[in-house]
Design a protein around this ligand. Structure first.
Ligand code: PLP
Length: 366
């Protein structure tokens, strides 16, 4: 079986270094909010090209707490509209509704799967206060255009960079475009911890300060609470794991790109629609997503050929029971995408033989 993603194999590459990093945390006697977190925050901010990085417990909290911080700073208030792609993972939308803001679900660009600047322009109303672009599947959204729209209408921009560590346009990476950016280090992400973890990057010192308090009970100073905060801290152990893996992130991205190149060059089957890739640096291939109007047949064919695939995602947020109130929205492109997408194995430890096996299986689908 060619696995979709083999986390055991991925982390095995770093086993000795991870064990040594664990041992050093164990021996330090300091497990929360210590030097290991500060070091990772500094290194990850530098990696993204941002001034500040604030580690939190997971990617959802990174988004929730950033919007919450903007409310504390008086930049957002209950009922403000936030533009978000309709075809995203539900976490992007949850971050909005959790803060009693109103998600405005916008259809994506059919080929990039990301927010289309044209459709964003027509979705802006006098109640719009923010845009939450998602760099879906690892492809950086059209940030130059989206930032221009935001500047024109005085909107805040929160990037959802959970799938796009290292993706860039003109040398500027995810995490350095918006007014803030949320990252996830869920184990299966391109930069994955060995448990839950997340972070926010920003150039806004004031925002960084509020976020540091919010993640720690709303406290800047021990036993003094300015906000009704939460406990959402990134553990020393996970920070240590992430510091080890950050060193290898670029190498893993380049292996992902190599695999994507092979799929794009060698899959030749009109029943399988391939993703587009115009600009090398813009895509870090968190997921390699093909489309087919006969998706379930294709998935069965691949399973029979020993190729594991997944669907990202089977049901769009507005069709989830949790969002019953949005179920009458008409988002036909988003709905069609959810019926047609299929994610191929994409794992930096795949051998080119295995990649060849996936390609042969796709080409033999009739
Ligand atoms: C994974 C993911 C998140 C949430 O990250 P967690 O760390 O699992 O909370 C948010 N948005 C997108 C697009 C994601 O893929």
């Amino acid at each position: 079986m060619i696995k979709f993603l083999d986390l055991q194999k991925i982390n095995h590459e770093f086993r000795e270094e991870l064990l040594a990093a664990c041992a050093s945390v164990i021996d330090s006697g300091w497990y929360i909010s210590g030097g290991g977190l500060a070091a990772f925050e500094r290194d990850f901010a530098r990696y993204c090209g941002a001034e500040h990085c604030i580690g939190v417990a997971n990617g959802l909290d990174a988004l929730v707490l950033t919007l919450r911080a903007w409310k504390e700073l008086g930049r957002l208030k209950d009922g403000d509209e936030v533009i978000v792609p309709a075809n995203t993972y539900i976490a992007s939308v949850l971050a909005i509704t959790e803060n009693r803001l109103v998600p405005v679900l916008v259809e994506p660009d059919e080929h990039s799967y990301n927010l289309s600047p044209t459709k964003v322009r027509s979705a802006v109303t006098e109640r719009t206060r923010a845009i939450l672009p998602v760099h879906l599947y690892g492809r950086l959204a059209d940030m130059p255009e989206l930032m221009a729209i935001a500047d024109q209408h005085n909107l805040l921009v929160l990037e959802d960079s959970a799938q796009a560590h290292g993706a860039s346009i003109g040398g500027r990476r995810a995490g350095s475009w918006g007014h803030a950016s949320g990252f996830s280090f869920y184990p299966g992400k391109n930069l994955g911890a060995l448990g839950d973890a997340g972070a926010i990057t920003t150039n806004d010192a004031k925002l960084a300060e509020v976020l540091c308090a919010l993640r720690n009970y709303g406290s800047h100073e021990k036993y003094k609470n300015l906000y009704t905060g939460v406990n959402s801290r990134l553990d020393e152990i996970q920070a240590a794991m992430l510091s080890v893996k950050l060193k290898y992130l670029d190498e893993h991205v380049s292996r992902r790109r190599h695999i994507a190149r092979a799929y794009l060059d060698e899959v030749k089957n009109p029943a399988v629609q391939l993703p587009t890739w115009e600009n090398t640096e813009q895509h870090v291939w968190h997921l390699f997503v093909v489309r087919s109007s006969r998706r379930s047949e294709l998935q069965e064919h691949l399973t029979a050929a020993g190729v594991q695939t997944l669907i990202h995602y089977p049901i769009p947020p507005h069709k989830q029971d949790a969002y019953r109130n949005y179920s009458s929205l008409s988002l036909p492109l988003t709905e069609r995408i959810h019926q047609e997408v299929l994610s191929l194995p994409m794992d930096p430890t795949l051998s080119m033989d295995e990649v060849g096996g996936v390609i042969d299986a796709l080409n033999s689908f009739k």
